[in-house]
Design a protein around this ligand. Sequence first.
Ligand SMILES: [Mg+2]
Length: 229
Amino acid sequence: MFDVIAFDADDTLWHNESIFTMTQIKFREMLSSHGPEVVDQTLFSTQIKNLEHFGYGIKGFVLSMIETAIELTDGAVSGHEIQQVLEFGREMLAAPIELLPHSREVVEELSQNYSLLLITKGDLIDQETKIARSGLADYFDGVEIVSDKTAGTYSKILTRHKIDASRFMMIGNSMRSDIVPIVQIGAHAVHVPYLSTWEHEQDHPPVDPEHYTELEHLGLLPQLIRKTK
Ligand SMILES: [Mg+2]
């Protein structure tokens, strides 16, 4: 049934959103005189505005935090505080990779019978080093680090690897990035929700639940693939 099985990385194979959430808590404390809702809302709208310029990932997040601090303090934010934000970013980049339950076993098992791809978006260096540090790199036949995940992005990857959409499965935590575009190109999508989802990734066009599969955790994936055969 399937020639290629592709995985999203962040919040599908390993924890990621939790690192952003923890940093945002520290950022709120830094700007505590403005109230957490104001800080969160300003940061979110700054991030969305900046996505097309800086893309997804930690570097763009750091720049958006700096811009938010400048805006909320009317330019009075100190050099010391900006340094603190840069330090938040360095800590995020150095955060250890924590694999999600079942990810190693499932990737190892499926790699024996299928060609596996890793498709992730974000900062190039950050994603490359995370893949290397995850210890999972050897199970994948290819890694695609893209700036965004749209139907067009996936179609190009499939064309380049000569994969038929009907024989392609993508597994991921984000409806917006991993499921909706995959359903749009006529491939199989498996949604494995993470503990929390960034607001932006929750914003997506409607998709018929009959057109994709939802699993509670990755450990259920091999069984699903066997059933679909
Ligand atoms: Mg993800």
